[in-house]
Design a protein around this ligand. Structure first.
Ligand SMILES: [Zn+2]
Length: 338
């Protein structure tokens, strides 16, 4: 059995072990070694007190209890010191891997629209907008489309009530702008239009158009050609060639369709351009004098041209999208590619 001297000698060993514990786990191991309920080294000594000869018992008991008190006190002190260090440490563990942010992207339609607006903006065109719910005056009458015109068939339009419908074209904004402004007018109107088409790879009953209008004294077909050719080269690339083909629209005279050389085969002929080497991208023409009269402009004083194109169609051509429905399904795996 250890004597009082040995018990006192243990004190230095126990305190050194406590001070050497580097963290809470190590400190707990030291505590169990010395004060553990069953086999702690001090616990064993405490249990041995009754078996010490009566003459030495009091001194021995006193020594063991003093050791226990000293060890318990140093354990508390060390624990507090370790906790203080942990709290003072940096709030953010800079060694942890970062959390990846889910970055959003612009929808291809938004991207194409913004790019178009930027290009025509450089040519002096201002962006204007109009309502998607229109009356017959702005959607048809003001655009020189008479009541018996097939475009006004109720089956070809989303009528909401008598004489009120979802606009079928952004040309409506032309009429609204000319009603409210005196020339010169140089505007583009991007927006959604609605037609009850059967939905397939090439058609949607909702799509986007960009309408342009330039009215001023002395605007000619040469201005139309140069503005639209510049637009095509800026949007599709400097190598693209353009071609104008006579066409018919009720609100322009003369009217034309503009073609660009096929983006895929550069004019050689391929399935995308139906072997012609050309792709139609927009309709255009000189504003019909009847339209000027309808909005109160003097057709003898000003001339102008208008153009309209499908934004979805241009985006599909530019980004190589083959099915218009992909644009509106909002499948993230598709949209992430752009
Ligand atoms: Zn081609």
């Amino acid at each position: 059995m250890a004597g009082v001297a040995e018990v006192s000698a243990l004190r230095a060993e126990a305190l050194a072990r406590i001070d050497a514990a580097a963290d809470a786990q190590a400190l707990d191991a030291v505590r169990i070694e010395w004060l553990g309920r069953k086999a702690g080294r001090i616990t064993v000594l405490l249990k041995a007190i009754p078996s010490v000869p009566p003459g030495e018992r009091a001194a021995f008991g006193q020594a063991v209890n003093a050791l226990k008190a000293a060890v318990a006190e140093r354990l508390e002190a060390r624990k507090a010191a370790l906790e203080a260090v942990r709290q003072e440490g940096p709030a953010v563990d800079v060694t942890l891997p970062g959390r990846r942010l889910a970055l959003g992207k612009l929808h291809p339609i938004t991207r194409a629209t913004r790019e178009m607006i930027e290009i025509v903006g450089r040519l002096g065109f201002e962006v204007v907008e109009g309502p998607e719910v229109e009356d017959e005056w702005h959607n048809f009458v003001g655009l020189n489309i008479p009541p018996d015109h097939p475009a006004r068939d109720p089956l070809d339009n989303y009528y909401l009530k008598d004489q009120v419908l979802l606009r079928t074209q952004t040309s409506t904004v032309q009429v609204r702008i000319m009603e409210n402004r005196k020339p010169p007018v140089r505007v583009v109107a991007p927006g959604r239009v609605y037609r009850p088409d059967t939905v397939d790879a090439g058609h949607s009953n909702m799509f986007h158009q960009l309408e342009g209008l330039w009215v001023e004294q002395g605007v000619t077909f040469a201005d139309l050609k140069s503005v639209l050719s510049m637009f095509a080269r800026a949007f599709f690339g400097p190598a693209v060639r353009t071609r104008f083909q006579p066409s018919y629209f009720p609100f322009t005279e003369p009217s034309a369709e503009m073609y660009v050389s096929c983006l895929l085969c550069a004019g050689a002929g391929c399935p995308m351009c139906k072997r012609t080497g050309w792709i139609e991208i927009l309709g255009c023409g000189m504003v019909d004098p009847n339209v000027f009269e309808a909005v109160g402009y003097d057709p003898e004083a000003v001339t102008g041209f208008a153009f309209g194109m499908g934004i979805d169609r241009q985006a599909m051509l530019k980004y190589g999208i083959t099915d218009i429905r992909l644009l509106f399904e909002n499948n993230v795996r598709f949209l992430r590619q752009f």
